[in-house]
Every structure is written in structure tokens, then in C-alpha cells.
Design a protein around this ligand. Sequence first.
Ligand code: NAD
Length: 295
Amino acid sequence: MKEVVIMPAKLLEGKSVALKIKENIKAEAETLKAKHGFGPKLVSVQAGDNAASEVYLKCQEKNAKELGLEYALKKLDANIKQDEFIKAIDSLNKDKTVHGIIVQMPLPQHIDAHLISRYIAPLKDIEAVHPENMGEIVFGTAKILPCTAAACMELLNSVPSLELYGKEVVIVGHSEIVGKPLALLLLNKFATVTICHIATSQRGTLPEFVKKAEILIIAVGKAGLIRGDWIKSGAIVIDVGINRVEGKIVGDVEFDKAAEKASYITPVPGGVGPLTVAILMRNAVEAFKQQIVKN
Ligand code: NAD
């Protein structure tokens, strides 16, 4: 009997891609500082304490420092009234020394996150949560992209000679920060995009869609949701999910089995994660250029 040789997938690691992006940011920040006498400054706004955000905040600060960007954390009281929150954002909008604003999610329950997003000055909105920046993605003219969606695009760009034109892409997860903007970015490249979500699972058709995917991107937050045997042979798999299982961080895909069928697959951790904050820093530099260099 002929032996079946299983070719394990190549790992799509975010670290090396992030490193290249960061080298460029560092060099660009230095040039901008030399030219203008000051460089990009970003401010994270956090209301109350949240264990999950702490890790992200530390990562923002560390990266900004490494790349020569100024960084500050603006802490607001967990019980802050919505109009006071808006005033805090407005003062950052007016502050000429601040070029990028991040509103740390999740917000306390009594604060309307959509409303707050509308108050961030679009030129300072380095997470692209303002409707104007989201609209630019529809037009294909966005200069500042939602970090996680852009991180997925960077990973795809790192696959040698990958042509997105006409490719069957399936995205699982339709959040405003990942699935929806990513679908638009891929459509702008003429990929054929299907978005699945909770209702797809409830209808029982998720495996059917996943099995067709030449490129599969999952952003749900449920360990083991995507079974390895659903993966199309040779597919590229990007797993955005972050789950803690028995003290370990895992994604949404059954990694070992999926790696036997995929051509490329992201590890979790080490795939999308390291790129997200690099894109945030890139957005801060872009925001600076839009505000300072163009004036
Ligand atoms: P979200 O909660 O806003 O959205 C979850 C999506 O999953 C929704 O579209 C929902 O309909 C869908 N969903 C839920 N259960 C499902 C099921 N059984 N079958 C199919 N679809 C289902 O999530 P989010 O903020 O986009 O984050 C998703 C995951 O990505 C989380 O694990 C999060 O931690 C991770 N994440 C990682 C990064 C990173 O940098 N690596 C960044 C952002 C989010």
C-alpha cells in the first residue's frame, strides 16, 4: 500500500512581519522628529479597570517606547458620566500635541461605545472606529485601517505570490473590528468573500462554508470551533481567536489537525497578535503625517 505523506502547513508568524513594519515606523518617527522638532504622540483612554485591557495597554506603551513614539494613558473613573467622557475625548481632539486617540474597550456598561467613537476626531482615530474612517474602507481610500483586520491583510501579503483576485475567502465572525472591515479590505482586492457568524452555526451550515474556503479567517473566540477535518486541502488559515484553555492560549481552530491540511496556518499565540499593535503604531505615524506634515 502506498504511504500517505502528510505535509504540515507552513507557519504564518506575525513576529517577522511585525519586525519589518516596526523598523519602518522607527525610522520614519526619527525622520519626522528631526524635521518637526516633535514626533507622534498617542493617548489611550481607559474608563475603570479591566484585566484584559491591562495586557494590551502595557503592550501599547512598550511598543511606543521602543519605536520612539510618545505615549500616555488617560485614566477615567469607571462611573464617569457619558457627557464627561465625551468632554475628555474632545479635549484630546483639541490638544495639538496629541495625534492619536485609542478608546480602550470594553467601556463601562452605561457608556455607549458607538456614540463615543463618533466623537473621536477622524484624523486622530488610530483604531479606525469613527464612521468616517469606516466609510473610507468602503471607498478603498482608507489611510488608517482597523488594526486587527489590517494585521490579517499583512499576513496574507506575506504569503509568497498569493493572488487574492477571485479567491474564495471565508471569514467566520462579523464584528466591527475584525470581520466586517476585513471583508471590505478583501473585496477591494477582488476576493470572493463569504462572512459566517453565529447564525451560520445555528443553521448548521458552518462546516459547508469552511470546507469551500481557499483562505479561511476566524475571529470568534471559541476554542475548537473550527474542526481540522473541515479545512480544504492547501487552504491558508488565519486564526484571530484568543482563548484560554487549561492555562494555555489557543485559537478557534483545531490547530494540529488543521495544520495537516492547510498550506499556511497562523500559530496562536504568535500569529495575528504581534502584528496588531505594530499596525496601531503605524496608524499613529500616519495620523501624525495627516495632521502635521500636510499642514
Ligand atoms: P465579537 O465577540 O465582537 O464577535 C464574535 C463573532 O463571532 C460574531 O460575529 C459572532 O456572531 C461570531 N460567533 C459567535 N459564536 C459563533 C459560533 N458558534 N459560530 C460562528 N460564529 C460565531 O469578537 P471580536 O472582538 O471580533 O473577537 C473575536 C476573537 O478574536 C476573540 O477571541 C478575540 O479575543 C480575538 N481578537 C484577537 C485580536 C488579536 O490581536 N489577535 C484582536 C481582536 C480580537
